[in-house]
Design a protein around this ligand. Structure first.
Ligand code: ADP
Length: 477
């Protein structure tokens, strides 16, 4: 059993799906073929039976019908008893035996081998012999038996019994029958396997289309081509239609991307001007009432939020259309982070702890994009934690350079951690809305980090805080 298991191990992944076209076609065609072959086999058996057995049946029926006539002819010349024996002897041959019993059950004539006991012993003692030919196995031999009423010139002489030994033909029939059954079973088996193989081969191009479709990325939609050699015409046509659909999809995608990019670009400039005017009005407007001041502040905040959203959309549109280029250069993270620290301290009133070790950590990255990434993470840490809790930015060096942004804020549930890097994904819509986010920040962060050859990961516990880790390959080890 273990051996069999081991033998079949490579095929364990192979499960039969009863709904698959392959299984349905195989079962359907195999069943029809098996029925066809089975019917032919039955017909051949019937024909063989006719040739081998039926002729014997007709033969003994003929003998049983003509026997009374023969006796009648003989009895014109000799006595009835002698006529009986003469007719019996006349019809007896190597395989056919006859005997006659009078109405009292006494034997009045019988074939010589019966009398001598050389052949057909026990035959005469048989009690049930029908008027039609019937096959019986007696002492290992097959006998066709049949009886008939014997009335000669109106006198009832009892019954005549005829027995014919058909062992040779019967055995041949049985052996042909068993050979035919085996051959049919083997033919059905071979046919099923062949059909299964053929159906699988015929459906291979469909499987290939599905495999190729899985590997097409959003960027390659328009260039997707299905190379199908030896595929049937219908499948090739399906593949062409599919390619055309993908091209149309790619065009639509491109238009949409272009639209987002154009709209973001067009809206950003006037909004920046609006925001600028709002800021200066707030700064210079000494005679504003508190209500007016509050309204202007809200308008300013909303304008800034929208500018950020437009900037994010513009960045994503650039990434999607492949227009995002990174100006990679060597960055000494220790110095660079120290500069970022002093800049941030000027603009943010939130307490941020910087843990920058003295040993040299150099990576290759685009400083502007890296700054954008870091600001985004710090911004999130500020947004999703209480003002009294500390935020820490750590630099570390292991196999790689690691920058971590840690907070002790609301944290992220485990099931959301993998999804927060998706576009527009926000953990708690109501909470996120009040923080003014767009759900695009982290997806841009991830695109930037990966575009510069780094990686981003998160570890977080709801209620305890989150740690976002950026890792970059070290330039000098
Ligand atoms: P948003 O503009 O909503 O902040 P992001 O892409 O920056 O969008 O973040 C996606 C979601 O991940 C946020 O809505 C927020 O729920 C969650 N998230 C991001 N950073 C943090 C953090 N430091 N602590 C808790 N949740 C966070």
């Amino acid at each position: 059993m273990k051996f069999l298991d081991r033998l079949l191990e490579p095929y364990h992944h192979f499960k039969i799906n009863p709904n698959s076209l392959r299984v349905r076609l195989t079962v359907g065609v195999a069943t029809v073929s098996a029925l066809g072959l089975g019917s032919v086999a039955v017909w051949i058996s019937w024909k063989m039976e006719t040739i081998l057995i039926q002729t014997h049946k007709q033969n003994i029926r003929y003998i049983s019908d003509r026997f009374p006539n023969d006796v009648e002819i003989y009895s014109d010349m000799i006595t009835v008893e002698t006529g009986l024996q003469k007719a019996v002897d006349n019809l007896t041959d190597g395989r056919t035996l006859l005997w006659v019993k009078n109405p009292q059950g006494k034997i009045t004539a019988q074939s010589m081998p019966l009398k001598m006991g050389t052949n057909g012993t026990n035959l005469v003692s048989l009690t049930q012999i029908f008027p039609y030919p019937d096959l019986q196995l007696l002492n290992g031999r097959y006998w066709l038996l049949c009886s008939n009423l014997l009335t000669v010139k109106g006198v009832n002489l009892g019954r005549v019994y005829i027995a014919q030994d058909i062992t040779d033909d019967q055995t041949m029939f049985f052996s042909l029958l068993s050979n035919l059954s085996i051959a049919t079973a083997i033919a059905i088996g071979v046919m099923t396997v062949t059909i299964a193989w053929y159906v699988r081969r015929s459906l291979q191009p469909l499987k290939r289309i599905s495999q190729l479709t899985q590997t097409i990325s959003a960027e390659q939609l328009g260039d997707a081509r299905f190379q199908l050699d030896n595929a049937p015409g219908e499948v090739k046509e399906l593949a062409r239609t599919f390619e055309q659909m993908l091209t149309r999809l790619s065009d639509a995608w491109e238009h949409q991307r272009q639209l987002v990019s154009d709209v973001s670009h067009e809206l950003r400039t006037p909004l920046t001007i609006v925001s600028g005017y709002l800021q200066s009005t707030l700064r210079r407007g000494s005679n504003l009432t508190p209500t007016q001041r509050e309204a202007l502040e809200i308008a300013g905040m909303e304008a800034d939020r929208t500018i950020k959203l437009l900037q994010d959309l513009l960045n994503l549109a650039r990434v999607d259309s492949g227009q995002m280029h990174f100006k990679l250069e060597s960055i000494n993270l220790n110095d660079w982070l120290t500069q970022v620290k002093s800049k941030t301290e000027k603009y943010s009133d939130r307490q941020i702890n910087w843990e920058i070790p003295p040993n040299l950590i150099i990576i290759k990255a685009d400083p502007d994009r890296l700054l954008q990434v870091l600001y985004n993470l710090i911004d999130n840490a500020i947004k999703y934690s209480d003002p009294q809790t500390p935020i820490t930015v750590k630099l570390d060096r292991q196999q790689q350079a690691i920058i971590q942004v840690c907070d002790r804020g609301v944290g992220i549930p485990l099931q959301d951690q993998a999804r927060i890097f998706e576009r527009f994904y926000r953990v708690d819509e109501t909470r996120s809305r009040s923080t003014g986010g767009t759900g695009l920040g982290l997806s841009i962060v991830k695109t930037f980090v990966e575009g510069m050859g780094g990686n981003i990961s998160v570890s977080s516990q709801p209620g305890k805080g989150s740690v976002f880790s950026l890792t970059f390959p070290l330039l000098l080890n």
